[in-house]
Write a protein that binds this ligand. Structure first.
Ligand code: CA2
Length: 145
């Protein structure tokens, strides 16, 4: 039975490649998602890529993953550091949960040091640039194989 992974990106990640390339690189979100889709095909896994700027939409998608996806890879953007709603939705999800960041928030401003996502996740990849997305797919596949 083929596995399904939800790749969810949160607020402002639709701006990837257009601003702050020194932190987030030059690739757009469309580039990153295309790379992930290609990699997922190679791994033989179904990948569903979505992005929203809205906290409640991300909560809805995490709830939707219950019974539909074997794992969630989540870059919750700034909601990582603020959202107990996303934390609670992740807690209610039984599959594997990987927190993902392009930069390493722990090496940045103090307000990025707390992660409500981390407290509800099974793994964390941060500070690897957009290559972290591919690394996350490989790691998650090992966990759900
Ligand atoms: O490093 C990451 O992946 C972050 O999740 C990115 C979030 C930030 O709030 C987190 O602390 C760490 C910000 C996403 C904003 O993305 C932009 C991309 C290009 C230009 C401007 C913002």
């Amino acid at each position: 039975m083929s596995k399904t992974i939800f790749l969810l990106n949160g607020p402002n990640l639709n701006l990837l490649g257009f601003r702050e390339p020194e932190i987030y690189g030059h690739e757009t979100l469309a580039d990153v998602e295309a790379r992930c889709m290609e990699h997922a095909e190679m791994l033989g896994v179904t990948l569903e890529c979505r992005q929203s700027n809205h906290e409640g939409v991300l909560v809805d998608w995490i709830q939707e993953a219950r019974g539909k996806a074997d794992a969630i890879i989540l870059n919750a953007g700034a909601y990582t550091h603020t959202s107990i709603a996303i934390h609670d939705a992740l807690k209610a999800y039984d599959g594997y949960k990987m927190e993902l960041h392009i930069s390493d928030p722990k090496q940045r401003e103090a307000f990025r040091h707390i992660s409500y996502v981390e407290l509800a996740s099974d793994g964390l990849i941060a500070g690897k640039g957009v290559d972290g997305y591919i690394l996350a797919l490989d790691t998650v596949m090992e966990k759900i194989a």
